[in-house]
Write a protein that binds this ligand. Structure first.
Ligand code: 8X3
Length: 255
């Protein structure tokens, strides 16, 4: 265990987070998997260990100071990789019908959660001598779309947070990066956005031959963190071939 480099992944219980935890474990990292749902984390840890990986789990809500404190304690004095993946969208209402509770949650998780976790782990990332932070943003953090404002504003916030942190850490041995995925079909992203409405969630991917999947993003994150220490991938925008832009998606409608 002592020789492993440590990677911390938040939102690790499903989707991009779980896939990233598995991918980094396969690269030899000791992976600290953080998420709210401990039952999911337990089965993820079993899967990683069965494949020969090193893994620890922490039940952690990124909006909780005490949970994040515990995450920092378990992560240890040196953290080589931090993947701030916990996040998500709620709703697709126009600004005129904004659900402020949903906006609060989106800012709490996508922005303040990243600040809280980053702040707690930064000393360990610096101590590692070659730390890297990967913030999982979104194309929603680069462009706007109707109905998306709570999420797009939060992910724009995350993008600027990432840029600011890179400036502030310019003389420290820590790389600061963002990956901004477009359409990724995961089990939960759209289902959460539409409060469990399966038909609405599935409609997001209607007619799209091959949306990205969580493993595509995990693969890209693995590439970013395994570049030589002097190589900082500031921003990696990644979309399926069928998605030229947020609004411009090639859909094949069944006849
Ligand atoms: C997910 C991409 O287009 O649903 O972050 O905002 S989108």
């Amino acid at each position: 265990m002592g020789t492993h480099r440590t990677a911390v992944v938040t939102g690790a219980s499903s989707g991009i987070g779980a896939a990233t935890a598995k991918a980094l474990a396969a690269q030899g990292f000791r992976v600290v998997c953080a998420a709210r749902r401990s039952d999911r984390l337990t089965s993820l840890a079993e899967e990683i260990r069965a494949a020969g990986g090193a893994c620890e789990v922490v039940t952690c809500d990124v909006t909780s100071d005490s949970d994040v404190g515990e995450l920092a304690r378990i992560s240890g004095d040196k953290v080589d990789v931090l993947v701030n993946n916990a996040g998500g969208a709620q709703g697709l209402e126009p600004v005129s019908g904004a659900d402020l509770d949903a906006w609060q949650t989106m800012f709490d998780v996508n922005v303040l959660g990243v600040v809280r976790v980053t702040k707690a782990l930064l000393p360990a990332l610096v101590s590692a001598g070659d730390g890297i932070i990967v913030n999982v943003g979104s194309v929603a953090g680069r462009t706007a779309y109707e109905g998306g404002a709570g999420y797009t504003a939060a992910k724009h916030g995350l993008a600027v947070l990432t840029e600011t942190l890179r400036l502030e850490l310019f003389d420290q041995p820590v790389r600061v990066t963002e990956i901004a995925p477009g359409m990724v079909r995961t089990d939960e992203f759209s289902l959460t956005r539409f409060k469990g409405d399966r038909a609405r969630a599935d409609a997001v991917y209607d007619g799209v031959a091959e949306p990205l999947v969580a493993e595509d993003i995990a693969d890209a994150i693995t590439w970013m963190v395994t570049r030589p220490a002097h190589v900082n991938v500031d921003l990696l925008v990644i979309k399926p071939r069928a998605q030229a832009a947020s609004h411009k998606v090639h859909r094949v409608v069944a006849s």
